[in-house]
Design a binder for this molecule. Structure first.
Ligand code: F6P
Length: 552
């Protein structure tokens, strides 16, 4: 089990504070100038993925101290607890075993007296049979036509992972199947998707761990009405709707046949669930074999995380770097910048993974933490993001650590595009690290020869780049299912490492409940069922404004 111990009480915390004071004024370019071996010393290779940590504001001593803190906080024992199936999600009394979904070697893993690994394999076989039937066009719709469109209806963890991976692996997309996603309860989402679909050739995947999420149920009902308008007979539903859930009882009550129900278990957290039956839309898009490669990549990273010495352990170092910047530098945000258009949804996926997991202020014993926890995660694909928010990363007042990700080889090698893309990838991290001094700016402007000395002096403050902005570069040979699996597992474990150090529970999400409860009550008010709300003056007035202006 996870112990309850605030990191600020750890002896190493004070040492890190002192170390921070000494290191804070040191410029990264100075660190590079002092040590020609800096890259070799601060980069790590995992299979075909290179993690370059050298442009971070760390020395050997920093990493030694961060690892010492991790040891003092009992991280190795916490890792074993997770893999061993202890109920480390204590506030929900659940184990955390998404790793068991991609463990091809583990046998006989028992959770609550049930053989979890056997059940996992059974569902994987069921998914494979389903995909084979779909891809061989043996799965027919109600008029005998083959299925060519698959629509995942789900939200949060039942949407972001499948959508991001399906997008990321588009170059592995199976011919003849297109995958769509409906998630938002805003009717626009369903309407726009349904416009492109034909009920005779469309199959809906209802993805919901709990099968109680109101947004998902509303979208499923809309899809079912739309389908029945053409199909008529409810008997046809079984050819066009399947469900992925832990709540098999609610699925059955909804009318989905048991053979069309793909189950998973409460020891799989929603935002960690793309490896489970929730990944069915991914398997539909790329084929079950490729989905298995994704799982195998994740398994390889799991083994690395579990077995590698903390000092060389990639998710551990990535997690500890986040502690370094959040708790010692006071950084409030962290940017994710994929230089790969296929990974453009990665920032959104990581927002849920990291912020829903670690956006907490109660420590494990229930007391308030007196230090910062999860920073805001944001980002977008390069080079587009360079032309929107990079200005702030370069010259703004916040220090923003960034992860830059890029493939060595493009899945779409046309002309010089990839060379240009990677030139930007290299240039940005170099510029953020080095910056540009007043002397350099002056020399550059003087060389132009068209400005007076006064004009040059006036311009200098605007053109100076302080630099010293930390980045981690992650390069992989080519984006494929295996590599993506490893990368995503790395971020999952990084999330866990941070939560262990912050002494919080990373696997619950009580913070989303209050809004859900209030929305349920207000919905009844808006439906004019006679329920009267008693809100603050702002909420009352907003509801009144809506009533006054809504079209009857
Ligand atoms: O937003 C809260 C949440 O519970 C997420 O954690 C989860 O991924 C999402 O809702 C969807 O839940 P479900 O899969 O049960 O529909």
């Amino acid at each position: 089990m996870l112990k309850n111990y605030p990191p600020t009480k750890a002896k190493t915390w004070q040492k890190l504070q002192d170390h921070y004071k000494a290191l804070q004024p040191v410029h990264l370019s100075e660190m590079f100038a002092r040590d020609e071996q800096r890259f070799e010393k601060f980069s790590l290779q995992f299979e075909d993925i290179l993690f370059d940590l050298s442009k971070n504001r760390v020395t050997k001593e920093t990493l030694d101290l961060l690892v010492e803190l991790a040891e003092e906080m009992d991280l190795p024992a916490a890792i074993e607890s997770m893999f061993g199936g202890d109920k480390i999600n204590a506030t929900e009394n659940r184990a955390v075993l998404h790793t068991a979904l991609r463990s091809f070697s583990a046998e006989g893993l028992e959770v609550d007296g049930e053989d979890a690994s056997g059940e996992v394999k059974d569902v994987q076989q069921q998914m494979k049979r389903f995909c084979d039937k779909l891809h061989s066009s043996d799965w027919k719709g109600y008029t005998g036509k083959s299925i060519s469109k698959v629509v995942n209806i789900g939200i949060g963890g039942s949407h972001l992972g499948p959508q991001m991976v399906t997008e990321a692996l588009k170059s592995y997309q199976k011919d003849g199947i297109e995958v769509y996603f409906i998630s938002n309860v805003d009717g626009t989402d369903a309407s726009e998707a349904l416009k492109k679909l034909d009920p005779e050739t469309t199959l809906f995947i209802i993805a919901s761990k709990t099968f109680t999420t109101k947004e998902t149920i509303a979208n499923v009902e809309t899809a079912r009405d739309w389908f029945l308008k053409s199909a008529g007979d409810r008997e046809h539903i079984k050819k066009h709707f399947v469900a992925l859930s832990t709540n098999t009882k609610a699925v059955a009550e909804f009318g989905i046949a048991p053979e069309n129900t793909f189950r998973f278990w409460d020891w799989v957290g929603g935002r960690f669930s793309l490896w489970s039956a929730i990944g069915l839309s991914i398997a539909c898009a790329i084929g079950y074999d490729k989905f298995e490669e994704l799982l195998r990549g994740a398994e390889a990273m799991d083994k690395h995380f579990r077995k590698t010495d903390l000092r060389k352990n990639i998710p551990v170092l990535m997690g500890m770097l986040s502690i370094w910047y959040t708790n010692f530098f006071g950084c409030q945000t962290h940017a994710i910048l994929p230089y790969d258009q296929y990974l453009r949804l990665l920032p959104e996926f990581l927002q849920q993974l990291l912020m829903e997991s670690n956006g907490k202020s109660a420590s494990r014993d229930g007391s308030d933490v007196n230090y910062q926890t999860q920073p805001v995660i944001w980002g977008a694909a390069g080079t587009n993001s360079q032309h929107s928010f990079f200005q702030l990363i370069h010259q703004g007042t916040f220090l923003i650590p960034c992860d830059f990700l890029a493939p060595v080889n493009s899945n779409n090698p046309i002309g010089q595009h990839h060379t240009m893309l990677l030139s930007n990838f290299f240039a940005q991290t170099e510029a953020l690290m080095k910056g540009k001094t007043a002397e350099e700016v002056r020399a550059e402007l003087e060389a132009k020869g068209n400005l007076s000395q006064q004009e040059i002096e006036d311009l200098i403050p605007h053109k100076v780049f302080e630099g010293n902005r930390p980045t981690t570069s992650i390069m992989f040979h080519q984006l494929n299912p295996y590599t993506l699996g490893a990368l995503l597992a790395m971020y999952e474990h990084k999330t866990f490492v941070q939560g262990v150090i912050w002494n919080i529970y990373s696997f619950d999400q009580w913070g989303v409940e209050l809004g859900k409860q209030l929305a349920g009550k207000i919905e009844e008010e808006l439906l004019d069922t006679g329920v009267k709300g008693n809100h603050d003056s702002s909420t009352n007035s907003l509801i009144a404004y809506y009533r006054e202006h809504r079209k009857k």
